[in-house]
Design a protein around this ligand. Structure first.
Ligand code: NOJ
Length: 747
């Protein structure tokens, strides 16, 4: 009823707005440019008391799920009635969100609808591969599609807002959240960020099957020292601007509706209280007009960081930094009014935060119909819809990376017997990975089942062999016997779901438990054998690369992981994924990434005083961009349009790729550059473009790339973003290591 009153006011407001033709927002961002919405926002704002305004900035967790340390007993229903809550997280399902929304709409004074947020990271009910795996497809359409399906399902189940994509660049494979992003590269990470934002938000937030995305965690969370989650970040301003900020900027340009501030401190200041980052860069420089939510309790945690001595100070820091919504910190609700009375913050600041939140609520259509996402019939129809499962299978097989293949794969479908071994072979729970929203193991198809479906006439000898983390080897004998009696052997090993993700960093990156011993024992039988890896961190498996004949990186592949693995193993899909992150040989090499500097003494094996280890090569086990196919690709006719270009010119780069093998296949053609003489040192390689091309066996495709001065720009000695005249190299190839090169000059 109250909503109807507001609606009537809004209708009037929108008319008056249009008639007055008021220029409300001057911004390059699409958010905030809809005059009708802006006028509606203002008209609601006018009706609100200061307490109601502060209430909009408060986000509480429901008890559906707990995704952080709960330090308060939440009586959120009462708080909603009192108008003290603007958003809930962890409230799930069309009927439950309906009930909670009804309290806000019918029982609070103004009836302002809540916005429901949830971690829809790689699917809602139909679970896709973990984001790192999804990114390994280098197929932006496929990446967008997985986010789209996640949004369709989540929106049918009452959600309006996902805390995704995580666009943090991750260069330390020990970091637990490496699984949640797109890997180590700022250029590729930016492309994936755009695809994911588009996928979640679709063409318009007004469509009821879209949800608002959240670029997180702003910023440099992935640079945590030692890869230990939440740890200190101390990086140069240049690295911040060149490596960690670009995917966030790309998300803003793609129209992302919200941001989340990160837990970490950045060079001494926790980002949640960092005015220079949030207010000055994100809001003012980038003109971001959506809203910024803190991470779970991160306003309160400024006390623990040691930058505020009480809640009052931490609220002041966060509000002045530009954080609009307090996630489960209970700080804004308790402190903002006092800060306002004391003149430490202004009502204008509060209004700005409220306006940003209301703007997104209007864009989602929540004022038109607060229950439009709470449709149980739609929920029933769409969750785990067969079409979604089909797409999950496609996305999953595209994500897999063939790391090694000594003529073992693909297996013949006429194989008489196959041994399926390992703790992840008949596993439905771990394969959906961590952050799997409402996904359930019972809906997932294991590798064992996938194989049985693929080759129903083959004899399958299944033996688990060992557990993922246990030290017991009692199952080895049965596994060895199963392998002995089979024509081909498949061993599925790796990490449990809860070995990567938030607060799940690792100090060791080898296979946990006795899985290594299991693989080596089975390998002694000299059978045609493939190891399928399931993991959320890159693994240090040099020993495996040296011993077993074939390795397939399947990540944590989601609900349809089993059939996707079977499609690849039996040749129904030719693997085409490439690593979005470097696999080191050992933990001692970390941090190890392709985009490094040359140093004054680059490694020379025979020369002592060069930059190297005495007990390990510098090179990775598998470089960034690496991945094999069942076919082979040959690069030829690499050429550029000029040896010298001006600042306004375009350089064309051509290369032909021939499929020289027996199978049709896809290749990810990668283009890197190197600036040889900058005013500051530049990385030895920087990815600047890529194309995924399908090539039939025996055929050749011509590819063309273009480079402009903007692609050669960087933060110069004076921190200006521009290209400098000088000599450059341009490289093309199928991974960041095996490349052909040419030179050119920028005048
Ligand atoms: C903390 C995590 O860092 C963040 O990514 C997540 O969205 C929130 N908890 C909510 O669950």
């Amino acid at each position: 009823m109250k909503l109807k009153i507001i609606a009537a006011i809004l209708l009037f407001a929108s008319w008056s707005c249009v008639n007055k033709k008021t220029a409300i927002v001057e911004s390059s961002s699409k958010l905030g440019n809809d005059l009708v919405i802006e006028q509606k926002v203002d008209s609601v704002l006018k009706l609100m008391t200061i307490d109601e305004k502060i209430g909009q900035l408060n986000q509480l967790t429901g008890n559906g799920e707990v995704t952080g340390p709960v330090s308060f007993a939440n009586e959120y229903q009462e708080a909603i009635r009192r108008g003290e809550v603007g958003s809930m997280l962890n409230v799930n399902g069309a009927s439950y969100t309906y009930k909670v929304q009804k309290i806000a709409v019918e029982e609070s004074r103004l009836g302002i609808p809540l916005i429901f947020g949830y971690d829809v990271i790689h699917g809602y009910k139909t679970i896709f591969p973990i984001p790192l795996g999804d990114a390994a497809s280098w197929d932006l359409e496929s990446i967008e599609k997985s986010a789209r399906i996640a949004a369709i399902e989540a929106s049918a189940a009452g959600q309006h807002w996902t805390f995704a994509p995580m666009v943090d660049i991750a260069r330390d494979p020990r970091w637990g959240r490496v699984m949640e992003g797109a890997g180590e590269d700022p250029y590729y990470g930016s492309q994936v960020a755009i695809a994911r934002v588009k996928g979640f938000q679709g063409n318009s937030l007004a469509d009821p099957n879209t949800i608002v995305a959240c670029a997180k965690h702003f910023v440099a969370y992935g640079a945590a020292m030692g890869g230990r989650d939440y740890n200190t970040v101390d990086i140069s301003d240049r690295t911040l601007h060149e490596v960690y900020l670009p995917p966030f900027k790309a998300a803003v340009d793609a129209g992302v509706g919200t941001f989340m501030s990160s837990f970490n401190e950045l060079n001494g200041i926790p980002v949640t209280g960092n005015k220079g980052m949030v207010k000055e860069i994100l809001k003012e420089k980038w003109h971001f007009n959506g809203f910024i939510v803190s991470d779970w309790g991160s306003i309160r945690e400024m006390l623990v960081h040691g930058i505020a001595t009480n809640e009052y100070e931490s609220a002041e820091l966060a509000m002045n930094a530009g954080i609009d919504m307090d996630m489960e910190g209970h700080i804004y609700i308790n402190q903002l009014k006092k800060l306002l009375a004391d003149g430490k913050i202004t009502e204008k600041q509060i209004d700005d935060a409220v306006r940003r939140i209301l703007r997104i609520k209007f864009m989602l259509g929540l004022f038109d119909d607060p229950y439009r996402y709470c449709d149980t019939a739609r929920e029933k129809e769409l969750l785990l819809n067969p079409r979604h499962l089909e797409i999950a299978r496609e996305v999953s097989r595209k994500s897999m990376v063939l790391l090694k293949n000594n003529n073992v794969l693909p297996f013949s479908k006429n194989v008489k017997s196959i041994a399926v071994i390992g703790p992840l072979a008949d596993n439905q729970d771990d394969i959906i990975g961590t952050w799997s929203a409402r996904g359930e193991g019972k809906d997932a198809i294991s590798v064992l089942t996938g194989i049985k479906q693929k080759v129903p006439t083959a004899r399958i000898n299944y033996a688990k062999g060992c557990e993922i983390t246990d030290e017991s080897k009692v199952g080895f004998a049965k596994a060895i016997a199963a392998a002995k009696n089979a024509d081909v052997v498949l061993v599925v090993v790796g990490e449990a779901a809860m070995m990567s993700g938030e607060a799940l960093s690792r100090a060791f990156l080898d296979l946990p438990g006795v899985q290594k011993d299991l693989v080596l024992e089975i390998n002694k039988l000299n059978k045609p054998m493939v190891v399928v890896l399931m993991n959320g961190h890159p693994l240090t498996i040099e020993w495996m690369d040296k011993s077993v004949p074939a390795i397939l990186e399947a990540w944590l592949p989601g609900t349809m992981g089993g059939p996707a693995v079977a499609d690849i193993l039996f040749g129904d899909y030719n693997p085409s994924g490439k690593l979005p992150i470097t696999f080191p040989r050992n933990v001692g090499q970390i941090p190890l990434f392709y985009y490094h500097k040359n140093t004054g003494r680059p490694r020379v094996e025979a020369e002592r005083y060069t930059s190297k280890y005495i007990d390990s090569p510098n090179t990775p086990l598998y470089p960034f961009g690496y991945g094999l196919s069942y076919t082979t690709f040959e690069y030829s006719n690499f050429n550029i349009s000029a040896n010298e270009i001006g600042m306004k010119d375009t350089l064309k780069v051509w290369v032909d790729i021939t499929n020289t093998g027996k199978y049709d296949g896809e290749e990810v053609v990668q283009l890197y550059i190197r600036d040889l003489d900058g005013s500051v040192t530049r990385p030895v390689k920087e990815l600047k473009a890529f194309k995924k091309v399908f090539i039939k066996s025996g055929e050749k495709v011509k590819t063309e790339f273009t480079l402009t001065a903007n692609d050669l720009a960087f933060y110069t000695r004076t921190m200006e973003f521009k290209a400098e005249p000088g000599d450059f190299k341009v490289f093309v190839g199928g991974n960041s290591h095996d490349l052909q090169e040419l030179s050119f000059r920028l005048k």
